[in-house]
Design a protein around this ligand. Structure first.
Ligand code: TRP
Length: 356
């Protein structure tokens, strides 16, 4: 994420998000939450502490949860890959292993939900080309892709994301700062549709962004943790793989370990990871390791990760052995998402006088 994606409204959004978080805590059962991940690889510890843990907590508290696998959006990262089915089914295994309950929550892939995709057309009519072109996240993504030719899909994907969110009439969308421009566009589309076609009885709730308050976990190289940078620890990693990944992590030349995120980002990030896994204060971890240096710190982090994820990993291994079951979970989720989106599309068509 570059600085350009942090919009001037980010501060107010933060305040709104904080009061939204309180409202969700108070009354979790009155919200419908949509979250989404791109199927580019297995989910990692950054996803877990930044988002998954919270999704499961809110699900268990009674929030209506939909989890979207953004497989069309993955096309904007790279062209269609033969490995996609394994990645998608692997995501389903990750979700179930961490506690997303397919009986209560809906896990679906947006390519499989035709009425959701159909909503892209009416929504495109509500935004201008200039508006999409100003979207800083699209600009960043285009720059990051290193490509000069922007596909129509990449250009319009914020509108497609609006279709994701509005097809199920979600009210809460947990996102990172880089996604705020998309959510802003979704809100604009919801308002415009309501004003134009149903001012007296608005169809779409205007969804709100829920920014995570979890401290940001960096990758093993001190950069943003990302599946594509190869600097992440996958949830499903074995204890040995975990040890190898942590052993590679960047530290610094100071012997005594401390927790100073600003001054010592790499070391502090390892301290934070151990603390998140153990559910304790990072300073406690730093004090324990202290003069032991980086080697002792890495051993402590490895142990903390392996302990914390042992149960999840065992569950995941069991699930991964039964791909038939994982496919059936996804198929059932797709079916339920289709049902919800069909209802929205039917109403949209009626309101647009497309009923003959
Ligand atoms: N754009 C999101 C990302 O890059 C993924 C996503 C697609 C999403 N559709 C969504 C997130 C709907 C929230 C809601 O990570």
């Amino acid at each position: 994420m570059s600085a350009s994606t942090i919009t001037p409204s980010a501060r107010t959004t933060r305040e709104q998000s904080a009061s939204l978080a309180e409202a969700v805590e108070r009354d979790p059962g009155t919200f419908r939450m949509l979250t989404g991940d791109r199927p580019t690889g297995p989910l990692h510890l950054g996803h877990y502490f930044g988002s998954l843990e919270n999704r499961v907590r809110l699900q268990d508290a009674g929030t209506d949860l939909l989890v979207l696998i953004a497989d069309y959006q993955a096309l904007t990262d790279r062209s269609a890959s033969a490995g996609l089915p394994e990645i998608v089914i692997g995501l389903v295994a990750d979700y179930l292993a961490v506690g997303i309950d397919p009986d209560r929550s809906i896990i679906f892939a947006h390519s499989q939900v035709e009425p959701l995709n159909q909503l892209l057309l009416p929504f495109l009519s509500l935004v201008s080309v200039a508006e999409i072109g100003r979207n800083p996240t699209v600009k960043d993504e285009v720059a990051a892709s290193g490509s000069t030719a922007i596909s129509g899909l990449m250009f319009t994907y914020p509108v497609h994301q609006a279709a994701d969110i509005l097809s199920c009439r979600a009210t809460v969308v947990p996102v990172g700062l880089d996604q705020l421009p998309h959510l802003e566009l979704t809100r604009t589309i919801a308002r415009r549709f309501n004003e134009r076609y149903c001012p007296d009885e608005p169809l779409f709730p205007v969804p709100q962004a829920l920014l995570g308050d979890a401290p940001l976990l960096l990758g093993t190289d001190g950069q943003k943790m990302s599946k594509s940078r190869g600097n992440s620890v996958p949830i499903r990693a074995t204890p040995d793989e975990t040890a190898r990944l942590i052993a590679r992590a960047k530290t610094d030349v100071e012997r005594v370990i401390s927790y100073e995120p600003e001054r010592r980002p790499e070391v502090s990030n390892l301290v934070l990871l151990a603390a998140l896994c153990r559910g304790c204060d990072p300073r406690q971890v730093a004090d324990e390791v202290a003069g032991g240096g980086a080697a002792v710190l890495k051993a402590a982090v490895t142990e903390a990760v392996n302990d914390r994820f042992a149960g999840i990993r065992a569950r995941r291994a069991e699930l991964a052995a039964d791909t038939g079951y994982l496919r059936s979970v996804l198929a059932a989720g797709n079916e339920r998402a289709r049902f919800v989106a069909s209802d929205t599309l039917r109403t949209v068509r009626e309101l647009m006088h497309q009923h003959y």
